[in-house]
Design a protein around this ligand. Structure first.
Ligand code: AMP
Length: 217
């Protein structure tokens, strides 16, 4: 099953795709995670992406399309994948369609999570993530057992440098201009499913599972 999770930053795409990955046994592909790892390792890709990311802007289409093209060839994507944070522009969506068509694959469903701006800013400013295993927490809504430490692997939690309020506002405005048009794009393609993104992750996962025709348990 090839799925796209769509929605503004902070809508819960990362959390839901982690849960879906367990359920479906296909990999989660997050272009944001791939770019953050490249930045950490100071690779040419990471160095190129850095200034865009810290400014809350999109990394150029040709760069992320190249990443996805390579990643989709991975043997683990044979039975499908969950795309989290890609595509983010119509040009990326068109490129993805071409790539999949050439491999005789298709997008089975596109899920859009809707959450209002006030809630997104609240979620993102309080978000803390584990740089090692990717687990996500919130300073008020989803605290780890021990403050500042990952429950899963014991690493120190960090705040992403693009989760500062000013950058968040920029990311939301980029989302509205560049990514929101994809909702209509996929509605026209007939693959769009819309999910209310407010609530507990488990509750949202139930809605998501229902929309995809899966058994949530
Ligand atoms: P995310 O973790 O998905 O919020 O992505 C973090 C940042 O990585 C974004 O603000 C962009 O700078 C960059 N990025 C991630 N995915 C894409 C994409 N599909 N197209 C362009 N830039 C991206």
């Amino acid at each position: 099953m090839n799925l796209i999770l769509l929605g503004p930053p902070g809508a819960g795409k990362g959390t839901q795709s982690q849960m879906l990955k367990e359920r479906l046994g296909v990999p989660q592909i997050s272009t944001g995670d791939i770019l953050r790892q490249a930045r950490k390792n100071r690779t040419p890709l990471g160095v190129e992406a850095e200034s865009f990311m810290t400014a809350g802007k999109l990394v150029p289409d040709e760069v992320v399309i190249g990443i996805i093209e390579e990643r989709l060839h991975g043997a683990d994507c044979k039975n499908g994948c969950i795309l989290d944070g890609f595509p983010r522009t119509v040009a990326q969506a068109e490129a993805l369609k071409g790539l999949l068509t050439r491999s005789k694959k298709r997008i089975d469903a596109v899920v859009n999570f809707s959450v209002d701006d006030g809630e997104l800013v609240n979620r993102l400013t309080g978000r803390r993530v584990c740089p090692k295993c990717g687990a996500a927490y919130h300073t008020a809504l989803a605290k780890p057992e021990k403050s500042g430490v990952c429950d899963r692997c014991g690493s120190d939690l960090i705040q992403r440098d693009d989760d500062k309020e000013e950058t968040i506002r920029k990311r939301l405005s980029v989302y509205k201009k560049e990514t929101q048009p994809l909702i209509d794009y996929y509605r026209r393609e007939g693959t769009l499913k819309e999910i209310e993104g407010l609530g507990e992750p488990g509750e949202i996962f139930k809605r998501l599972s229902k929309a995809l025709g899966l058994n949530a348990s």
